[in-house]
Design a protein around this ligand. Structure first.
Ligand SMILES: Cc1cc2nc3c(=O)[nH]c(=O)nc-3n(C[C@H](O)[C@H](O)[C@H](O)COP(=O)(O)OP(=O)(O)OC[C@H]3O[C@@H](n4cnc5c(N)ncnc54)[C@H](O)[C@@H]3O)c2cc1C
Length: 349
């Protein structure tokens, strides 16, 4: 039988709440003179994700409407905002007639697996607190049992040391909820809105603990790696993240990569999409002040990394290619669904 508080119509009275508070604190002397219930806000723990975020036509769902989970790991609002960030530029390009509707299909393909990961992690994060409650005796059924377990934590005995060790390990494990950079950053997209055809090797493996650690890479479908950059006459410190976004496709290259810039401009104008390009390196648009970009970019100086407006890597070239304009055109037309477009009846592309 489910616990009463799991029922939507469960509306505890102030007396019932006070009884529960007394039970939790374990002090029967507490009365309504000491505790006043001012407000009750009900909240139900969920572990649900929609199978599809898009009905294939004009309905797109995002945010808590498609993924619901407890606040552990703090993955709620940011996942909702990421959904919107993923979808907005795609809708804009399709509405402007610059991309096929197939671009919109990538929304579910890319974001639903993220939702699945997030609801699982947040709920696991909640379950991971169980060993803490256990170690401090919170799960003992009687007040005496809880007090005895709590007292054990102060004991200079083998028993006390063992309980403290259990507690320490349980607290350490909560790093998977409190310092979990990996679960936020290891989002990897694989869809038609990513161009993988030029990749010679497989996607880099995830770190041994992908919840805690982030695999930095410019492999298409990954997040743009952060690196601090600056101007030659030091100005405001920037991140590579600041170069991208703002509704534009962004190309980053180094020495010998300048031809990409002209090519991008021409292809962008031809397809009517907004683009921007930056060179990063010694004496270029931006200085790679700590060398982090060079360490993280995984392409050679004359190669380039193309970012979508949502700052995910769309494609990269390991080095300069002979027909860089043709290459960029192929990549963009693939992403926007313009190669072999299916016929539309409404006169759009
Ligand atoms: C206790 C708690 C703690 C949290 N802590 C964190 C945290 O630390 N970090 C974090 O990132 N996230 C946290 N979250 C999660 C975060 O608050 C949610 O993921 C986020 O607010 C969901 O945003 P949303 O826009 O998708 O939905 P909502 O914020 O629920 O917005 C939906 C809106 O639609 C309105 N609405 C509903 N039906 C209709 C209708 N028929 N017509 C018109 N309007 C309607 C609602 O009134 C509401 O304003 C927490 C959540 C809870 C409950």
């Amino acid at each position: 039988m489910p616990a009463p508080w799991a029922e939507p119509e469960y509306n505890p009275s102030s007396k019932e709440l006070l009884d529960r508070i007394v039970e939790v604190i374990g002090d029967a002397s507490i009365s309504s003179k000491d505790v006043q219930i001012k407000n009750v806000s009900k909240w139900v723990i969920n572990e649900v994700v929609a199978e599809r975020y898009h009905d294939g036509e004009d309905v797109f769902c995002l945010g808590d409407a498609v993924h619901r989970h407890p606040p552990v790991n703090g993955l709620g609002s940011n996942t909702c905002i990421q959904d919107a960030y993923n979808l907005a530029w795609k809708i804009a390009l399709v509405e402007q007639g610059k991309a096929q509707r197939s671009l919109l299909d990538s929304y579910t393909t890319e974001r639903q697996p993220v939702g699945q990961t997030v609801i699982s992690r947040a709920n696991q994060g909640l379950r991971d607190h169980d060993p803490i409650w256990d170690a401090i005796g919170r799960k003992e059924p009687t007040l005496e049992g809880r007090q005895a377990a709590w007292a054990e934590l102060s004991e200079g005995s083998e028993r006390g040391a063992a309980r403290r060790e259990r507690l320490r390990k349980a607290v350490d494990w909560t790093a998977h909820a409190l310092m979990a950079v990996g679960v936020e950053m290891n989002q990897r997209y694989d869809s038609r809105a990513i161009y993988l055809a030029d990749e010679e090797g497989p996607r880099p493996e995830l770190p041994e603990d992908p919840i805690l650690h982030y695999q930095i890479s410019t492999y298409p479908g990954q997040r743009l790696p952060h690196a601090w950059i600056n101007t030659r006459n030091p100005g405001k410190q920037l991140s590579t993240q600041d170069l991208a976004g703002k509704g534009r496709f962004c190309l980053i290259m180094g020495h010998g990569g300048e031809r990409w810039r002209e090519a991008l401009k021409r292809v962008g104008e031809e397809l009517g999409v907004r683009t921007v390009s930056w060179t990063v390196g010694w004496g270029l648009d931006y200085e790679d002040v700590y060398g982090d970009w060079t360490r993280r970019r995984e392409v050679r100086d004359a190669g380039c990394v193309l970012l979508r407006p949502d700052r995910f890597v769309a494609w990269r070239a390991m080095d300069m290619v002979e027909d860089c304009e043709g290459k960029l055109r192929t990549v963009f037309r693939h992403m926007l669904g313009l190669d072999n477009p299916p016929p539309r009846e409404d006169g759009h592309l």
